[in-house]
Design a binder for this molecule. Sequence first.
Ligand SMILES: [Zn+2]
Length: 714
Amino acid sequence: MSLRLALALFLFPAVLTVGLQSILLPAQVPSQSVLGYADFSVEAQLEKKFLTVPDPKLAGEALKTLTAAPHLAATPEDRKTAEYVAEKFRAAGLETTIVPYRVLLNWPKVVRVEAYDEAGHLLMSGPAREHVQGDPGQDDPRVVMPFNGSSGSGDVTGEVVYANYGRLEDFNELAARHIDLHGKIVICRYGANFRGVKVYLAEQRGAIGVLLYSDPKDDGYDKGDVYPIGPWRPETGVQRGSVQYLFKYPGDPETPGVASTLDLPDSARIQNFTGPGGDQPGIISIPLSYHDAAPILQALKGPDVPQEWQGALPFRYHIGPGGVNVHLVSEQDYQRRIIWDVIGKIEGAQEPDAWVIVGNHRDAWVYGAVDPSSGTASMLEAVHGMGVLLHQGWRPRRTVVFCSWDAEEEGLIGSTEWVEQQGRVLDRAVAYFNVDAAVSGPAFSASAVPSLKEFVRGIARSVPSPLGGTVFERWRVSQPVANEHRGSNAQPIEDEEVHVGDLGSGSDYTAFLERTGVPATDIESTGPYGVYHSAFDNFAWYTQNADPRFLYLQEMARILGLEALRMADADVLPYDYVAYAREISAYIQAAKRKAADKGLSSLDFGLAEAAAARLTAAAQRDYAIETAPSGNLARLNLALRQTETALLTDAGLPDRPWYRHTIYAPGEFTGYSAVVIPGVNEAIDARNESLATQQLEVLTQALDRAAKALDTAR
Ligand SMILES: [Zn+2]
């Protein structure tokens, strides 16, 4: 999945002029003091060796192989990519298995959209096939017709209402104008939130169908030249994508909290997943290109749009209803289908039960050059680097596990089912390092739990950038732009050198962090990218626009590999709970101000504030030991690891018990971007004072558990 992409502006030109075959390393890896290491010098030599291995040419070859055919989850072509990745894992010396699950997936049989004017004349009939002059991949019969994962089936006709981005505030604006959506078909543009949220809000308000289209203002000609001239979305390019209600729960819709193993009996699968509490929409949704959306929007009458709702099509937009009727047909073939995760392990020499997990999905809507194959190609070169170290006799202190997930696009399914299958085993997992759409350009950015934000900055300081200097130095320059579309509702901490975003959802770290409490990070390197989830996210587009020499695949391989190495070998788990506690305190203060603004002045934040202060004090005491580790460190490591888990609440969040983390969750109305201290914030947003009081208590208890966990270190 990976959101972020569509709305960006970028500082950097996409064409790179670095003349070297690959990026040379700084002559000397500085043997700085590194959190978690009593003496970093041995590890510094190992890292130096590792950094020489990832090879842009090999990464480019892997990208070419992975993108040779469309490989939607559960297809024979997807199976072939699983075997290819497994073979690479084995060649590097990883103990490798292909792990299947049986999960509910829809494939489209019929998707049809027809629009008529008030006199009944046909205005458009589609969707039109994706087509640009000269693209090598578009005519392959295996390119799946544009559709939405988790869309309902049906045949409906209705008047149309334009709802801008389909955000909560957009639907509220329609309500304020007394525009009734019952029986209507809502048309929304992509961007600003997760597409499933658009459908969720439309369904709640009585709509019978949703059209999701890519406006040229957001990722088309208004941004710049379109493919095949430039990187932006061409007229017929369609963003496929899942409209699963991800903020309820991800994974197989039939098995929340349970792994969909091949032998799981039908009786263990739920049936009412389109009802309240389920994660599937009850209505149709269909994605469109702007070629197909334009005739509908142009014919639409009713009130003039607010200026911010005007897109870049060459006419004035109107809200509707009136002027046009639309007929939608969606026939979706829902079947339980087999998907394949590939899992490769390197057993740890000293702490085999403590796992460092690296993961990336492998399935794609079509060819998936950026999303996700650039991630897979990077991960394979990181694996290559580890393989060379293994060959030279190195063994990690902790176990390193590389994971190639399937069916991420349909709803984070492969990773969620695997996490659900591992259960308590993951209580000992020390980190999950995710990569998804790794490379669409040169601007590096990252998200992480606060305890790992400085860790990620440290890794970026140790890896050279194709643009010269280190990745960290480039990141500092590019960050105002790269950070535009990541993060959360939290204000950034002001004194930080480079902002690391917060983890919401939209990729495979979700089950690790928000269900199971495994500390996680997510990294990417972005640029102008207008072909997200279309047939044009292919090898030709990638080499023309994103990374012609594969130098950023090399960069991402180095970062990902270094994250795993440094975490796997550390004497002390390099978590910074002082930073975590500081962020939590800031979240509580922000929620307090919001509650006051909303007139919930009797809400008492005192106990939560006091608990955050206790957490800060405990974190400071531990941090002093972490910076000068000595003696038997097992107890300290266990305590540090248990702290994140202590932030989970067994009961889960209100109305969505699958999500258990009290500090981070995907927002009910944002989907991808995080809502921090979600139980408290969402209760305040809903002006539900008694729920907010109860959720403040849940938060207070979690913070006290975390402080207590930290205290057991001494
Ligand atoms: Zn993806």
